[in-house]
Design a protein around this ligand. Sequence first.
Ligand SMILES: [Zn+2]
Length: 126
Amino acid sequence: MPRYTFICQDCQKSVQLFISYAEYDTAVPTCPLCGSQQLKRRIGRIGIAKSEEARMDSLLDENALAGLDEDDPKAMGRFMRKMSQEMGEDLGDEFGEVVDRLESGESPESIEQSMPELAEGGGLGE
Ligand SMILES: [Zn+2]
């Protein structure tokens, strides 16, 4: 039997009542604490949408960062490209080249070795 949460308008307590679907339309919910029938259905959290900003944050956290496999150059490349697109900045030819090479499956180590100026600058992502 489904359980519903009500707020009693008289004693201001939150009460839970079991009401079957068949009864729901005709049932008069009664406060088990004070006997009042002035109960208001409390809507659960489910219907409350996150703000767009929070949704973007959670997308980044859960899907991009948590799902990032640092041993997978292609995933690294996709991640770096996505980040640069979201920042909306042109991070330069070197960055673009690194991303291209990561996405083609080249390891970060070999890219650094072939681009000494990159290694001197602190390496990838450091
Ligand atoms: Zn009550």
